[in-house]
Each structure stands twice: as structure tokens, then as C-alpha cells.
Design a protein around this ligand. Structure first.
Ligand code: SF4
Length: 698
């Protein structure tokens, strides 16, 4: 196997793969190939977590891969930036020009080059392997990949010690499950299977989410708190656990750090105070605390499944810290079906240094640009504090013009005529419209990759099922060829994709097993923290973090109000969250016709009370606005939105929006308390009935 030749599977075969999308489930795929064509993508029945089932989105993966609008040859811009006017060029012409232009900038100031990538594929190889080597060798700016999970990750690390938690399969044995900030049926389907099993065996399920989601519909209770108040709810629960002595004192004594201090803080949060902040009733908090506290004395397993929505607010890191503290209060970690899970990714022994080769920096320490403030940073002039203005941007596995916050600034930055932009893509996305070159990238059916997961503890291998379509190339190969043209001769640039796959876990995972069955289960303990052993500096669950205190931050978690808290503005009285539309995954799948037909058009869910006072009826076109912009969409008046909160379902491509914008026209570039994450769900708006619909063809 060489770097450039990935052979297609033999006819009629079924090829093992892995879902590449940004979803905790990381399903094992089976692709059926006939005559070199992938005719069906299914869930692998032999993989226990996938259990033969895929979500609706990825079931349509062949429709996406063979989409008539797939980019299958390099394209060069011939119109103004953003106009979407391109002409086909040869790979040689494109790569020679790109290498020349990047080389000129690198010779002057390599930090003026910025890679921009995220989880368009979650693969370790087509993500940050050859790409990272290339940018490390150049000495390009680093990118802080914060846009999804940074605050929550920091919160976990400073409490449990890493991105670790209970194993997802044991939720099936829990007796109480709090589904906190997660629409699992839409975005964590295979967890939901375990939760449903528990439900059938008598478990109580409570959903905590501002939106009355499809998951909330199926739970016994739904607590519709205001966005950004999850930390206050956790403190209110702790107050009740303490007051009623629903505590596991032995666990607290042995395996936690900072209990007395946390206790004093929590005692400042009686249910009345927490309820006022959360916009719910004190009785709801007392009832939830009673359910959770009952598990302390009965030893019934209580499990919490958090997801990342709740940490996309100013206090997201602290909220995750507070929720991650809860299991220790009642000793829930003592059983394998108790505890909390936000991410399991810390369990994977990924050999990042082998893949990314930071040694190629050769002692240089480039600056780091936060991907969540790309709008502002593209518009920043050079300065001693910032360093050089960004002159070249290489975008792969991401669509920042659609997904980065405060779109108006992002668009303004991407529209800079002096910015050289290269985009590796499957489709002409909003971001690709602003490229100088669009380079056709392979899909998951066409390349090798290796995957970890943030929802379970199995490593997966993805084999190519078909040959690359048209002239598409894997990301790895594109960076390999650019490196060659820029005379970067380190032997690591010749590593093949299969070699990179083997390097991803080194000897830590049996690669032959991955080749044979497509997945390999990590050897992780069933009840990892039953007797402490948290991977923190103290080995305990750290209610108090000396590491945070050393940074001048509060060592104890606290409720941190939103930047744009509900009821804090007369001009913009509605809080907006922007969860994904059910059939989209971030901005992926938006152009898959069958899925687009289900979603139909961009929607804003609005509570009947909020709609009535604005004389808005279900189906009206509305404008949603604040000081950052104006977004037009269709109002869906129903009780999925709680009063005072609107749900702008995303993330549509801007060019498919009614007025050429999407929900990120309204979001801000303000950051979270920990981790420098974005605050998509910390956004105040007003809504007004709009004029006639501008587009009816969706
Ligand atoms: S998006 Fe999630 S549920 Fe759907 S196939 Fe991929 S991993 Fe599975």
C-alpha cells in the first residue's frame, strides 16, 4: 500500500468502516460495494454499541457521497470572493500555485499562515496527522480547536482529571438517569438505546433541557430551565442533598477533595434562589434532589448523561464542574451503573506525537489563534501583541463561514481580498464560496482512517470501500503533495495512510484486530472511580482545583451567569439557543436532498405566549435580530420552546437561508469561563413578524 494508491474493494464485498461525524456514538459501518459502487451503508450488527443501526443521516451516506454537486476536481476562483464563481484547474496547477504562495508567506512570516479545521471528520488520520506535520514543519500558527467542547473538557479535567466517566453500556442498569443538556434521540441515539432499556426495567428518566426535545417527550420528567443556568440547578440540588443528609459521607471523606468548601458554597443555594435563576419552581428542584438523594441510601445506581449543549454559555466550564461533582456526593461511582458521562475520549491511548510530530517545530513556539474568534482575528491587523495579520488560511474538515459565531464578522474576514484561502471540501459550502482554491477531498467511503470515540470506549478502523471519486484525494495526500512541492523532505511526509493508521495507537491497540473486526474494545474498568483513583493530581474527585486556583481562578465551581442573561435586556428579551435540526449534524447533511426535504426550511421554535404578544402565528416568516445581525426564518409556534426562550434550529448553510444568513448571524464571539469555548447558547434576541417569504424553493 503506498500513499497514493488506495485500492477499491472487490465486487460484492461488505467493507468495515467507522462513522466520521461529530457524534458520540462513533458507529461501526458496513458498506456494501457492487462493481466498485457503494450501494448501501448500514450499521455493523457485530459492533455492540452500533447494534446494526445507524441514524437517518448516515443511512443516507451513499446519497451524500454520490451527490451530483460533489466537488470532484480542483477549482480556482474567477469571481469576487463569496460569489462562488470557480473554474476547474489541474491538480498540478492548483498545488504548484498554492505551494508557491504558502512558501512565499512562510519565508517571510510562517505564523501568518493559519490552518482551520475541526470535526468534519473525527478521524485521527484525515484530521490532524499529515496536516499537523505540514503546519508544524512550516511553523504556522496553531489553532485552538475550541468550537464545540472546550469548556466542558476543561470542566471535566479539573474535576474528574480527564475526559472520562462511566461506560455508556452500563446506563442500561441504572435506576435513575438524568439526561442533562442532551437531545439523545437526535444526537446520541445509541446511548438512548441503553437508556430505553433501563426505562423498560423501571428506571426513571429525567430530561434537563431548555427545549422540550424529542428526548424530553420520552422521559418521565422534563425540567425546562433557562439557558446557562445548569450550574445554579446543580448547586440547588447539592443544597437539598446536604440539608436532607442524602450523602455518602464515607465516599466524600475518602475520595474527594474540597468537600467542606463546596458544602459551604452549596448551602448558599436554597431551592428558592436556584429556582429564580433557573426559571423553574423550587418544587422541581426539591423533587429532583429527592430522586437523586434516594439513590444514596438505597444504593440504586444513579447516572447522569451530559452533553455539550449546556456548556456553550459563559459559565459552561463551571456548570460541567458542578454537575460532575454530583455523583461523588451520593457515592454514585460505587457501582458501574452510576456516575456521569460527558466524554470518554480521555480513555483512548492516541499517540498524538507520532501522528502530528510536534518535533518538526524544531524549537519554534508559534502563537495560537482561537477558532471561535476567527471573525475578529481575520480582521485584526498585525501588532506586537497579536503577531502578523493572518495572510493565508487553509480550511479542512470545517465550514467556519456557516458555523463560527457572529457570521457578519466571519464573512467580512473571509471576504478580505488580500487573504489567500484554500478549502479542502466535498461540496461548495458557504466557506468554499470564499476560497481561492477548492480542493476535492475524499469522503469516508474512499479513504483509510482510525477513530476514537467520545461516547464509548471502542477504537475503530475505517477501510476505504471504493476508489476516490473523480479526482478527489484524501486530506493526507493533499498535504503530502503540498509538502513535496515545498521541498519538505522529512521522511514522515512519505508515510502512507495505512502507516498513519498503525501509528495512531501504536502498540496500545491491536491493529490486526481492527483490520479483522473493525473495532477493538479498550480495557477500561467497569466502575472506574468506585475507590477513587481519579486521574487528578490528588487522585480524588476535585471539588477544589488547586490548578485553577494557581491560574488565579476560583478553585471551587460556582454558577457563572450568562454574558447575555435572560431578562437582562429590554431591547432583546428572548434568550436563544441553536440546537441542531434533527436531520443535520452541525452544517453537514444540509445539502442532502432527502434530509433537506424533511427539514424543509430554517425554523425558529417559539412558545405560544411569546408569539401571541408579537402577533406571530405558526408558519409566519419572522426576523430574529440583535445588535449583531438579522436572521430570517419560519416561526414554529409550539411548546418545544419554553416561554422566554426561542430555539433557532441549525445549522443551515447561509446561502440556503431565507435572507442569505443563518442563526450564527446572531451569536457572539464572547467566550466561556474555562477553555476559551464559544457561547452559542448565550445569546439574547428579539423576534418580529417579517414581510413575505423571500424563498419558497426549499
Ligand atoms: S452520526 Fe452518530 S448515530 Fe449517526 S451513524 Fe454516525 S455515529 Fe452513528
Amino acid at each position: 500500500m503506498t500513499a497514493t494508491t488506495i485500492s477499491a474493494a472487490s465486487p460484492g464485498s461488505r467493507i468495515l468502516g467507522a462513522c466520521p461525524h461529530d457524534c458520540p456514538d462513533t458507529c461501526s459501518l458496513l458498506t456494501t460495494v457492487q462493481d466498485g459502487i457503494a450501494i448501501k451503508v448500514q450499521g455493523n450488527p457485530a459492533h455492540p454499541h452500533t447494534d446494526g443501526a445507524l441514524c437517518t443521516k448516515v443511512s443516507r451516506y451513499t446519497e451524500r457521497s454520490y451527490h451530483p454537486e460533489r466537488i470532484l476536481q480542483p477549482l480556482k476562483r474567477i469571481g469576487p470572493k463569496g460569489s462562488g464563481q470557480f473554474t476547474p484547474v489541474s491538480w498540478d496547477a492548483a498545488l504548484n500555485d498554492i505551494a508557491g504562495r504558502l512558501g512565499t508567506i512562510a519565508a517571510r512570516e510562517p505564523q501568518a499562515i493559519l490552518p482551520y479545521s475541526y470535526a468534519g471528520t473525527m478521524g485521527l488520520v484525515q484530521g490532524e496527522s499529515m496536516a499537523a506535520r505540514f503546519f508544524n514543519k512550516l511553523g504556522a500558527s496553531h489553532l485552538a480547536r475550541t468550537i464545540c467542547a472546550a469548556a466542558g473538557a476543561e470542566g471535566l479535567v479539573h474535576t474528574l482529571g480527564d475526559k472520562v466517566g462511566m461506560r455508556v453500556e452500563f446506563f442500561a442498569e441504572a435506576k435513575l438517569i438524568l439526561i442533562w443538556g442532551s437531545n439523545s434521540i437526535t444526537s446520541n441515539l445509541h446511548f438512548w438505546r441503553y437508556a430505553n432499556l433501563a426505562k423498560r426495567q423501571g428506571a426513571k428518566l429525567t430530561c434537563i433541557d431548555p427545549r422540550k426535545s424529542e428526548t424530553a417527550d420520552k422521559c418521565h420528567e422534563h425540567i425546562a430551565l433557562l439557558p446557562g443556568t445548569d450550574g445554579a440547578l446543580a448547586l440547588g440540588l447539592m443544597h437539598e442533598l446536604i440539608q436532607n443528609d442524602w450523602l455518602d459521607h464515607d465516599y466524600l471523606d475518602r475520595y474527594t477533595l474540597g468537600w467542606e468548601a463546596l458544602k459551604q458554597r452549596a448551602l448558599q443555594w436554597p431551592p428558592e434562589r436556584a429556582a429564580l435563576v433557573c426559571g423553574i419552581s423550587p418544587e422541581q428542584i426539591r423533587a429532583l434532589a429527592k430522586d437523586y438523594g434516594a439513590c444514596a441510601s438505597s444504593r440504586a445506581p444513579a447516572a447522569i448523561r451530559m452533553n455539550y449543549g449546556l456548556q456553550r454559555v459563559h459559565g459552561g466550564g463551571n456548570a460541567v464542574r458542578l454537575i460532575a461533582c454530583l455523583p461523588a456526593l451520593i457515592g454514585a461511582w460505587r457501582t458501574r451503573a452510576g456516575g456521569v458521562l460527558l466524554s470518554s475520549s480521555g480513555a483512548f491511548p492516541v499517540q498524538r506525537a507520532a501522528l502530528q510530530r510536534p518535533d518538526l517545530l524544531d524549537g519554534r513556539t508559534p502563537r495560537t489563534i482561537n477558532m471561535s474568534t476567527i471573525g475578529d482575528d481575520l480582521l485584526r491587523p498585525g501588532s506586537p501583541a497579536f503577531g502578523p495579520a493572518i495572510q493565508a488560511l487553509v480550511v479542512y474538515n470545517s465550514n467556519p463561514v456557516a458555523v463560527a459565531p457572529e457570521s457578519a464578522r466571519v464573512v467580512q474576514g473571509f471576504a478580505r481580498e488580500d487573504l489567500f484561502t484554500v478549502v479542502l471540501e466535498h461540496f461548495q459550502t458557504d466557506t468554499a464560496d470564499y476560497a481561492d482554491y477548492i480542493l476535492p477531498a475524499t469522503t469516508q467511503l474512499e479513504h483509510w482512517d482510525v477513530h476514537s470515540s467520545y461516547g464509548h470506549t471502542d477504537a475503530l478502523l475505517n477501510r476505504p470501500a471504493i476508489a476516490p471519486l473523480g479526482q478527489a484525494k484524501p486530506n493526507t495526500q493533499i498535504f503530502r503533495e503540498l509538502a513535496a512541492r515545498m521541498c519538505l523532505t522529512d521522511p514522515c511526509f512519505a508515510d502512507s495512510d495505512e502507516t498513519l493508521c498503525r501509528q495512531a495507537y501504536g502498540d496500545e491497540v491491536d491493529f490486526e484486530l481492527l483490520l479483522r473486526q473493525g473495532f477493538a474494545t479498550l480495557a477500561t474498568p467497569e466502575a472506574p472511580f468506585a475507590q477513587g483513583h481519579f486521574p487528578t493530581p490528588s487522585g480524588k474527585c476535585e471539588f477544589f482545583s488547586a490548578r485553577l486556583a494557581a491560574q488565579g481562578l476560583d478553585g471551587l465551581p460556582d454558577h457563572v451567569p450568562n454574558h447575555e442573561a435572560a431578562h437582562s435586556s429590554n431591547a432583546y428579551p428572548l434568550a436563544m439557543i441553536s440546537p441542531p435540526a434533527r436531520h443535520f449534524l452541525n452544517s453537514s447533511f444540509v445539502n442532502v436532498t432527502s434530509l433537506q426535504h424533511v427539514e424543509r426550511e430554517p425554523l425558529l421554535e417559539m412558545h405560544p405566549d411569546d408569539a401571541t404578544v408579537r402577533q406571530i402565528a405558526d408558519g409566519d416568516t419572522v426576523q430574529v435580530f440583535n445588535d449583531r445581525g438579522n436572521y430570517q426564518c419560519r416561526a414554529r409556534v409550539n411548546d418545544r420552546a419554553r416561554a422566554g426562550v426561542v430555539n433557532g434550529l441549525g445549522v443551515w448553510w447561509r446561502k440556503m437561508g431565507l435572507n442569505g444568513t443563518n442563526v450564527n448571524e446572531l451569536t457572539s464571539q464572547k467566550l466561556t469561563d474555562l477553555g476559551g469555548g464559544p457561547t452559542f447558547y448565550d445569546c439574547l434576541v428579539e423576534v418580529a413578524k417579517s414581510g413575505p417569504i423571500l424563498r419558497t424553493d426549499l
